[in-house]
Structure formats: C-alpha cells, structure tokens
Design a protein around this ligand. Structure first.
Ligand code: AMP
Length: 317
C-alpha cells in the first residue's frame, strides 16, 4: 500500500471546553493526522517525544500500523500545548505552548521514508518542514498546514516552504492573517502565486472550501458543509484529522484528479466530524471503517440536489 510521510507535533494537550476538560491528554498535529490517515493508507511518522511519553500512547500508535522509525525519543519533556474554547467552538485561545524536545529536533529520515510520493507537513516550525521535505526524493504531492504562531514569527521561512507545497490546508483566520486579505478568493489568488495550486480553507462548523488552479491556470472552487452534529465536545485536532482523511484518501487511492480531490475533502470532513465528538483521540480510537463509509454516504445525501427542469416560459424583454 502507498504511504504518506508526516512531520509534526506529537503532544500532550490540556484542553478546556464548556463541556469538560482534560489534562496532558494525547494530542499533537502529527498524532491526529496519523491515526486518521491510517484508516486509508500506511503512515510514516517523523517527530519526537520526551522521556515522559507514556507506553500506552506509543502502543496506540503502533496498533494503527503507523511506522514509528522516524519518531525519536529524546532527553527532556514531550511538546505541550494548552488551550480553551468558549461556547463558540470556532474560537480557540492558546494558553500555553512549550516546544520542549521539539526545540532541538533535527530529523534524519529513515531510508524507507525517502521514496514516498506523498508528504504532509503538519503544523510545526516551517524550518523543520523544509528540512524533512529536502530529504524526500521526488514527492508527487506535498500538503502543508500551519498556524498563527508560525505566521507571526517565521513568515519568511514559511514562504520558502510554500514554494514546494501543492496543497495548503489552513483555517479561514490563518488564510486572512497569512495573506492580509479579508476576502478568501483574494487570499487564495495570493497563495496560488506563492506556490500551492490548491488551497483548502477549513471553516470549523461551517465546513471547508477548496480553491484550485489547474495546469492552464483555470480557477475552480468546491464547497463542503461540516457534518451537522448535535454534540461537539472538543474541536482540538479537527484540522489534523481532516488533513488525515484528505491525504489518506489521495494516498490510498493514488489519485490526484479533480474528482478525487473533491472526494478527499469529504473524507476529510468525515474524519473531522468524528474526531470532535469526544476529547483527545478517544473517538478515533473506537472508530471503524464501516462508520466512515456510512458517514461519507450521509454527506452525499446531505449535499445532493437535482438540477431544475424548466417550469415556465422564457422571459422575453
Ligand atoms: P488542530 O487540528 O488545529 O485543532 O490542532 C490541534 C493540535 O495542534 C493540538 O493537539 C496541539 O498539540 C497542536 N499544536 C498547537 N500549537 C502548536 C504549535 N505551535 N506547533 C505544533 N503543534 C501545535
């Protein structure tokens, strides 16, 4: 089976939402991505953890057949992130970020990872993203995520990374911050010029928009709603599980045509919708592929409408 290389944070998160809180729960962009993508394809993880990383968390990743040859155990503490949400779950406040072992992480990719065609640069220092990418021989599809933390302080390095990226997956706030444009179509046009021919804008409970330019520079847009859920407990990891479903599907099917990209957006939305139903990775742990398929089909029904038949005479002027 084809595999996707991912670099990003493997973390312990402390999260509070109006519906509860968790402390030092398993999280991290690469963790959510890997577990979600693992339903569709093989995953080769690049990252690091500290001496405090729990055996049970390692066991979970191993049980998902995620290749951990690129996950280094380093002296020090695992990356930590703390955040909180109010009743508007689209609004997140970061309370604390401790890079810990990531501050000194200098990855060397295992030989088996270097021939991979698919790469996901999850949210992490863009310098690290570049270092990983430079070690992959001839990637066919490179996708990338980032966040305000890196846009603010590492803008130039981020632009350098984007030159080598095909798909940028970010949320609407990040798209506006990155481009200094409030209109998302204008933001997409700017981002296309920087490198990525596809921009996926994640809009939390409002779904996702995909802006693409084909090889003739023709623009197209695809819109998907978020799956309507009655109970959303914790949006943390929604973006990364979305990316996992999206890249996992493209990798697993080895396709990159426009129809496959649209299906990938729906598989991304499906994975994100499951992830937010519980804290940390609790929902992804029990998820089955049958549930994924069922929700994909529910998505199809949710968004399907017929073309209209003419029901009145042409209006003539
Ligand atoms: P998201 O999918 O956007 O909700 O990502 C949430 C995950 O991102 C959390 O599990 C955090 O551990 C991780 N995270 C938060 N801030 C950073 C950062 N500055 N660098 C890398 N990962 C981060």
């Amino acid at each position: 089976m084809a595999s996707v290389v991912v670099v990003g944070s493997v973390a312990y998160d402390s999260v509070e939402t109006p519906f509860g809180k968790v402390e030092d729960a398993l999280g991290g962009a690469a963790t959510y991505f890997s577990v979600a993508a693992g339903f569709f394809c093989d995953v080769q993880l690049v990252g690091c953890v500290g001496e405090d990383f729990r055996d049970e968390d390692l066991a979970l990743l191993k049980s998902r057949q995620i290749d951990l040859a690129g996950l280094e155990k380093m002296k020090g503490k695992t990356f930590r992130w703390a955040g909180e949400y109010g009743y508007d779950l689209n609004e997140r406040r970061t309370l604390d970020t401790q890079l810990n072992v990531f501050a000194d992480f200098n990855p060397t990719l295992p030989q088996a990872y270097r021939s991979s065609d698919y790469v996901f640069l999850a949210n992490i220092d863009p310098a690290l993203q570049l270092r990983v990418l430079s070690q992959v021989d001839t990637p066919q599809l490179v996708a990338c995520d980032t966040m305000n933390y890196w846009i603010e302080d590492h803008f130039e390095t981020l632009l350098e990374t984007l030159k080598h990226v095909d798909v940028l997956l970010i949320n609407d706030g990040e798209a506006r911050q990155l481009t200094q444009e409030s209109n998302l179509i204008k933001a997409a046009n700017k981002i296309h010029q920087w490198g990525p021919s596809t921009l996926v804008v994640k809009r939390g409970e409002y779904g996702a928009l995909m802006f693409q330019r084909d090889h003739r520079n023709q623009a197209s847009i695809f819109a998907a709603p978020a799956f309507p859920l009655e109970d959303v407990f914790d949006p943390t990891g929604a973006g990364d599980s979305f990316a996992g479903g999206f890249m996992g599907y493209l990798t697993g099917t080895n396709r990159s045509d426009p129809d496959a990209f649209r299906q990938a957006i729906i598989f991304g939305s499906v994975m994100a919708s499951f992830n937010v139903e519980k804290f940390s990775l609790e929902r992804l742990k029990t998820l089955t592929f049958t549930e994924i398929e069922l929700r994909y089909r529910e998505f199809k029904r949710l968004t399907h409408f017929d073309d209209f038949a003419h029901w009145r005479d042409e209006v003539t002027t």
